[in-house]
Every structure is written in structure tokens, then in C-alpha cells.
Write a new protein. Structure first.
Length: 255
């Protein structure tokens, strides 16, 4: 796959999981990368590992700190660095029955969308100054289909909103040479499940979802990263506004 050489990739939520694997693939393709993460220890470890592959920078930020998000947005919009690629990979997931949801639960998802909106707007302004770019959002299968075993009303609202944002931005930004797409994964083995599954039980619990997918296994972060990489690449130059199902066949049907 080919990428225009002067564009740096900004990966929001790039210190673990799908964002980390995407950073790794982009560095191996010769793209400079900046990753944003909240946990400083995890972020430093990720940057140390990725530094062997190419030019990488890390920035610690709490996406729930709106003042910090606004300050970063101002910096991005006016920065001399051309952010030719943006991947919105930050996420939170903790299934909760609808009648048990609190306002705090709801805000946990939708405040994250607010940060995504603000930072994406800043990157788009940067891309416009430099002549274009490509954006990929990580949405979710849960935005398209309800799963009774994992009640996720607020999460699904947030991800459906991200899908809608993807399509609206594709329409608005096509004329300024910015493509916007999204991937919609099903169950993928990432740290996002640590909010409600103990690390020692993670492998066993996620393995119980193998048969949920027609392809017979849960996804790996690299499965999603490969699709993100394609959508960012020049080979996908005629694709925008797409919500790509990368889900082991779940949206086609289930066993």
C-alpha cells in the first residue's frame, strides 16, 4: 500500500489495542506517527516499543478534560506539521442494562464523542491548510445491531453517532480532498473489555464469543488495523463515507 510521504498520522487512542496496531503498521509503511493516550505508563511503553519501527511521538491527554482537549485542538489547527492521517481509536465499553444506566455512565460515552468531534475538527482545519488528508473512525457493530448478552444502549448511541459523523464529513469534505471512512468491528481482543472483565479471565470470556462470529473466532487488533491501513492508503482513493464491517461475518449472520 502507498501513502503520501509528507503526512504525519495522528492516532487518538494509540497506546493499545487497535490504535497501537495501526500505529505499528503505519510506521512500517514509512509514515511518521503521533499517538495520544491517557495512561502515561502505557503510553511510554507503547512509544518505546514503536520507536524501533520509525519516527514516533507520544502525547498524554485525558479526553474527558475538555480544557486540555480544547488546548490541544488549538495547537493542532495551527501547527506546521501536516496531519495527513487521523485515526479516532479511543473507546470505552462497559455493558449496562438500560434501566440501570446513570447520567455518569451516559456521559462516559458521549463526552468521549465530544472530544473526538473537537479534535477531528482541528485536524480537518490542519488538513485543509495542507491540501487534504484521510480520516478513519473506529465505530462498532453494536451501532448497527443490538446484542442482548451485552446491553449497550448508551455505547451504541455514541457509536451510531460516530458512524453518522463519518458520512456527514465525507459529504462536506470531499471537495477539499479529505476522505472520511469508518470500520465497525465486532468482538476484538483489546483492553477495552477490562472495564468489566478481570484480566485473568479475559482469554476465557472472549473465547466464549468465538462461535458468535461465522468465521469462528473473535478478532485480533491486527485484523482491524489492516482494514484501517487500507482505508488510509492511496489504494482506497475512491472510497469515502463507508462504514466497513470488519466483524468476522457477524452482520451477514450468526451461527
Amino acid at each position: 500500500m502507498t501513502f503520501f510521504s509528507n503526512g504525519t498520522a495522528l492516532i487518538i487512542g494509540g497506546s493499545s489495542g487497535m490504535g497501537f496496531e495501526t500505529a505499528k503498521q503505519l510506521l512500517q509503511a514509512g509514515v511518521k506517527v503521533e499517538v495520544l493516550g491517557n495512561n502515561p505508563n502505557k503510553l511510554n511503553a507503547a512509544v518505546d516499543e514503536l520507536s524501533t519501527l520509525g519516527e514516533i511521538k507520544g502525547l498524554q491527554i485525558d479526553l474527558y478534560d475538555i480544557k486540555a482537549v480544547e488546548q490541544l485542538a488549538y495547537s493542532i489547527a495551527s501547527k506546521d506539521t501536516h496531519y495527513g492521517y487521523l485515526v479516532n481509536a479511543a473507546g470505552y465499553f462497559s455493558p449496562t442494562p438500560f434501566v440501570e444506566h446513570t447520567i455518569a455512565d451516559y456521559d462516559k460515552y458521549h463526552d468521549l464523542n465530544k472530544a473526538t468531534f473537537i479534535l477531528t475538527q482541528a485536524v480537518v482545519k490542519n488538513m485543509q491548510r495542507f491540501g487534504g488528508g484521510n480520516i478513519v473512525n473506529i465505530g462498532s457493530m453494536w451501532a448497527k445491531q443490538a446484542i442482548k448478552a451485552t446491553p449497550s444502549s448508551a455505547y451504541s448511541m455514541a457509536k451510531a453517532g460516530l458512524h453518522a459523523l463519518t458520512q456527514h464529513l465525507a459529504m462536506e469534505l470531499g471537495e477539499v480532498n479529505i476522505r472520511v471512512n469508518a470500520v465497525a468491528p465486532a468482538v476484538v481482543q483489546t483492553p477495552i473489555y477490562e472495564s468489566f472483565i478481570a484480566p485473568k479471565d479475559m482469554q476465557k470470556v472472549l473465547a466464549s464469543f468465538n462461535d458468535f462470529h461465522p468465521i469462528g473466532r473473535v478478532g485480533e487488533p491486527l485484523d482491524i488495523a489492516h482494514s484501517i491501513l487500507f482505508l488510509l492508503s492511496d489504494e482506497a482513493s475512491w472510497i469515502t463515507g463507508t462504514i466497513m464491517d470488519v466483524d468476522g461475518g457477524v452482520m451477514a449472520g450468526r451461527n
